[in-house]
Design a protein around this ligand. Sequence first.
Ligand SMILES: Cc1cc2nc3c(=O)[nH]c(=O)nc-3n(C[C@H](O)[C@H](O)[C@H](O)COP(=O)(O)O)c2cc1C
Length: 172
Amino acid sequence: MMAANDIHALEAVFVPGADNHRAFRNALGSFTTGVTVVTAMTSDGPIGMTVNSFASVSLDPPLVLWSPAKSSSRYGAFTGARHFAIHVLGADQDHLSAAFTRGGNGFDGIEVRFNDEGVPVLPGTLARFECAEQAQHDAGDHTIIIGKVLRVAHRQGEPLCFSGGRFGRFAV
Ligand SMILES: Cc1cc2nc3c(=O)[nH]c(=O)nc-3n(C[C@H](O)[C@H](O)[C@H](O)COP(=O)(O)O)c2cc1C
């Protein structure tokens, strides 16, 4: 059996800073998440972004959060949106993830509907949280956006997962 000390010997311990960005990102990437696409309407039409910073916050009132990077070309559009929708992707929906990350084709060839607030929504994802912006908090090179959930869509299915920079499936 491995002693606790042996496990510690395998750890790299560091203070996150300019010279170890990659190591910090790698450590953060060990936290396995689902994958979402956040959508909103702008004066130039619908926008979407692949996002794994989504988190549930509060049941009553129903609140969720996600964080756009200030460096994203879509940052201003999302922080300016009063309403948005967060779509949790199923295991077979990696094409949606690819469409809404850097270099993706966006809404080309993807079925879109519009909800009562005029937000573009993608039917058929595992879950969808249709939100009104409740608050924004400045957070370093990101902004935390908190949404009040106005409407939920949900179906059964396997989730798309993201861990260590790779997409995969959940296995029990
Ligand atoms: C799995 C995954 C999760 C991501 N999560 C976020 C996120 O939470 N926030 C964010 O700003 N960008 C996130 N991105 C990056 C964005 O999808 C997008 O590529 C980035 O904002 C660059 O956008 P731009 O081409 O508009 O500058 C994620 C990308 C992937 C593939």
